[in-house]
Design a protein around this ligand. Structure first.
Ligand code: MN
Length: 748
């Protein structure tokens, strides 16, 4: 915001700007000396020459020598009364980026502080090239604070951006003009506002506005020009009236007229849905006094003499803004009619000190050593009163306050900003900034990049080297996620991730994987069951079943079976109503004499034979037959039931398995599994690998951590069953696997 005495009405339109053409060496020194009598001339001269030589005959897009740019940036910083080190940094800010000079060279020539600052500016510039998406704005803003160990880095960067915006017309590509303007509007202007450098913010906004919305900019500036012609007279009159009133009451006030910037008018028109003509405070006045008391005295005098507009009143002296802005804002009806109407005008009242802070922000808190201190180190910034005025502390406080700042208009999207102290900033190999909480791991990083990246994360390279996934990330790490479509869920992942996003991502993935497994298992169970009943298990059959079962989709049927909420028998009955009542033809029933005859030697032809349910014998096991009323029952020779039966051993029938018999026999087993992802899937996969079909399955004794599964399998013989059981015991998540003594599931 440009201030100018109202008496010089000719100057109203253009804000005064320092000439930023080719400033000569001694001129720059004089510009600094104007506010810092102890200026370190040697440093400035050295940086001037060094930069000029480094940039050599490089040219800008405008055709000007490149060196005019760092020089202009340095000049802009003198407006903030920056210290010589910051000015030197401005002169050197592009040499590392654009010339063969290294940070080490700068360190050697100019010492650690300046080298660090140049390095900081260079890093921000490199990151900004990488940021394309609007979403990056937030990340980038955080990043700026993180790398700004020295707040002067930010000031140099802002001045750099300001000069680039001022010369953006020389950029030949309209698309990149817009991109740069958008970045300026979204990142740099709010940052300038945040650290209180209002004049940077205003100009950055106006310049961006011009490229982002040329029509809007044109409309506003045309209207402002018209208003000027008609209003100059009343502006002068009103400010004179105000000054006379104040002087008459003994307040030594200066009164300035203040013209709103095009973008702030535009924003207000949009926010309040006002037309240009309706805006109360296109003309504003600023009253500068010496003390806070005089501020309130001035306010009283103005309100006594001009009608105030209540909804426009704000007291930022008793309640300063988060960036420490202090001032009283009020609006009144001016006595002079402009353009045939009574003019509403805004008046800002503040002390000169408050004004200094508002214009220069953080920079206003710098103090320079007194002449006697020069011997001790000379020209260095000192902190007037550590704590309150420490620029770093101040920046940190400003950032803290972002969290409680409710003025959403200040930032485009400031609500989510978190404390930077709790964050680390890492990068993708392409340079995208990923802010993470302190303690975050590569898994957190992967999920922050994208859910798919998290789901497929199997390893990581940090700064080019392979590292474990549990590694805690540090500021500035470049993280490359190694991916695979079949990434396992990381073991003990709960202790390896800290962001909610990663936790949710993994939980969702576990659920999906579980569902996949359940669907697979369900299919397998149904296939076995249908086969055993000489029915064909097809999606079509299940399509029919799902209607009867009141489910929406075919996979839901599989999943319900896999989750053991539905039995295969229920699904089969739903698909083929009545099939469950048909006499079972499955091998596990073993009731058909003809089939039994095929597998056993030593039978009297025509005799009815059953496999006893108490021991369910398998080929390879020694067996005997017992003659009962219903026929012959086949038992294992070690069956417990034999001990209790009345039949004498002498009546046991000697039976043998036929070597060439067809091999499908039911084998009931019981396994105990840990309740975890993958348990059922592992069991299903293993059974398939051993070629053992699931005929039926039932969940029993489900507890928090363990469950028992009762499964009826088909196997070829006892040895096959032994192999299956051994395999199961070797399977992850399986605690025990044993043969059950009796079949019971299929009759349920
Ligand atoms: Mn630059």
């Amino acid at each position: 915001m440009a201030d100018r005495p109202t008496t010089k009405s000719k100057d109203l339109k253009k804000p005064p700007q320092r000439p930023i053409g080719f400033i000569r060496q001694f001129e720059l020194v004089e510009m600094v000396r104007a506010y810092d009598p102890n200026v370190d001339e040697g440093l400035l001269n050295k940086a001037y020459v060094f930069s000029m030589q480094a940039h050599g005959d490089q040219k800008r897009k405008s055709g000007d020598p490149y060196f005019t740019h760092p020089l202009a940036v340095a000049a802009i910083l003198t407006e903030l009364k920056a210290d010589p080190q910051a000015i030197a940094t401005a002169l050197l800010h592009d040499v590392v980026e654009d010339t063969p000079v290294s940070v080490a060279d700068i360190r050697e020539q100019f010492g650690d502080d300046i080298a660090e600052m140049v390095d900081g500016v260079t890093k921000i510039s490199q990151r900004e090239l990488a940021s394309k998406e609007t979403k990056q704005a937030e990340n980038f803003r955080k990043f700026i604070f993180a790398v700004s160990k020295d707040v002067r880095v930010l000031l140099v960067k802002l001045a750099d951006r300001l000069h680039n915006m001022r010369t953006l017309e020389h950029h030949d590509n309209p698309a990149s003009q817009k991109r740069i303007s958008l970045e300026t509007m979204e990142i740099y202007a709010p940052l300038a506002g945040r650290i209180g450098v209002q004049r940077f913010r205003d100009e950055l906004e106006d310049l961006s506005f011009k490229y982002l919305n040329p029509d809007g900019y044109e409309t506003i500036t045309t209207n402002l020009d018209k208003l000027h012609e008609t209003a100059v007279h009343s502006v002068v009159e009103f400010s004179t009236a105000m000054r006379d009133l104040l002087h008459g009451s003994g307040v030594a006030a200066e009164v300035y007229s203040r013209e709103k910037r095009p973008f702030s008018i535009w924003r207000k028109m949009q926010r309040k849905n006002h037309s240009f003509d309706e805006l109360a405070d296109i003309y504003g006045f600023r009253v500068l006094v010496d003390t806070v008391d005089e501020c309130y005295k001035t306010l009283g005098i103005i309100h006594q003499n001009f009608p105030m507009i209540p909804e426009e009143f704000d007291d930022y002296i008793s309640a300063p803004k988060p960036n420490n802005y202090r001032s009283i804002h009020t609006a009144v009806l001016a006595p002079v009619e402009a353009d045939g109407r009574r003019q509403r005008v805004e008046v800002q009242i503040r002390t000169r000190e408050m004004h200094e802070t508002a214009e220069r922000g953080i920079a206003a808190h710098w103090r320079y050593k007194d002449p006697t201190a020069k011997m001790l180190g000379g020209g260095k910034v000192i902190i007037a009163s550590p704590g309150r005025d420490d620029p770093h502390e101040w920046a940190r406080k400003a950032v803290d306050q972002l969290q409680v700042d409710e003025d959403a208009g200040e930032f485009l999207e400031s609500t989510k900003v978190e404390l930077f102290a709790d964050q680390v900033f890492c990068f993708t190999p392409k340079g995208r900034v990923i802010p993470l909480p302190v303690g975050a791991t590569p898994i957190d990083f992967a999920y922050a990049v994208h859910t798919n990246v998290g789901d497929e994360c199997v390893g990581v390279r940090i700064n080019g080297a392979n590292r474990p996934l549990r590694t805690v990330l540090k500021n500035g790490d470049i993280v490359e996620v190694l991916r695979s479509e079949n990434a396992p869920i990381p073991d003990g992942w709960e202790s390896k991730v800290s962001t909610g996003r990663a936790k949710n991502g993994i939980r969702m993935r576990i659920k999906r994987l579980e569902l996949d497994e359940q669907i697979l298992l369900g299919r397998r169970i149904l296939e076995s069951d249908f086969n055993a009943h000489e029915l064909i298990m097809s999606d079509q059959a299940i399509e029919t079943a799902k209607e009867a079962l009141n489910l929406n989709k075919v996979p839901e049927v599989y999943a319900a079976v896999g989750q053991l909420q539905l039995s295969a028998r229920e699904v089969r009955e739903a698909a083929f109503p009545g099939s469950a009542n048909v006499d079972d033809a499955g091998p596990h029933r073993g009731t058909a004499p003809a089939r039994t005859a095929l597998v056993l030697d030593g039978l009297t032809p025509g005799v009815l034979v059953h496999f006893a349910r108490c021991c369910v014998p398998l080929p390879g096991e020694r067996i005997i037959g017992l003659q009962e009323r219903e026929g012959i029952f086949v038992h294992r020779i070690d069956c417990d039931a034999l001990g209790t039966t009345q039949i004498d051993e002498s009546e046991w029938l000697d039976l043998r398995w036929r070597d060439d018999g067809p091999g499908e026999f039911v084998a009931p087993i019981k396994i105990t599994v840990i309740n975890s992802t993958g348990a059922l899937g592992h069991v299903g996969t293993l059974l398939a690998r051993y070629d053992a079909d699931i005929i039926d399955i039932k969940l029993e004794n489900r507890e928090v951590d363990f469950s028992d599964l009762l499964i009826d399998l088909t196997v070829r013989d006892a040895r096959h069953l032994q192999n299956v059981l051994t395999g199961l015991r070797a399977t992850e998540h399986v605690i025990s696997a044993e043969r059950r003594r009796e079949t019971q599931l299929s009759d349920a």
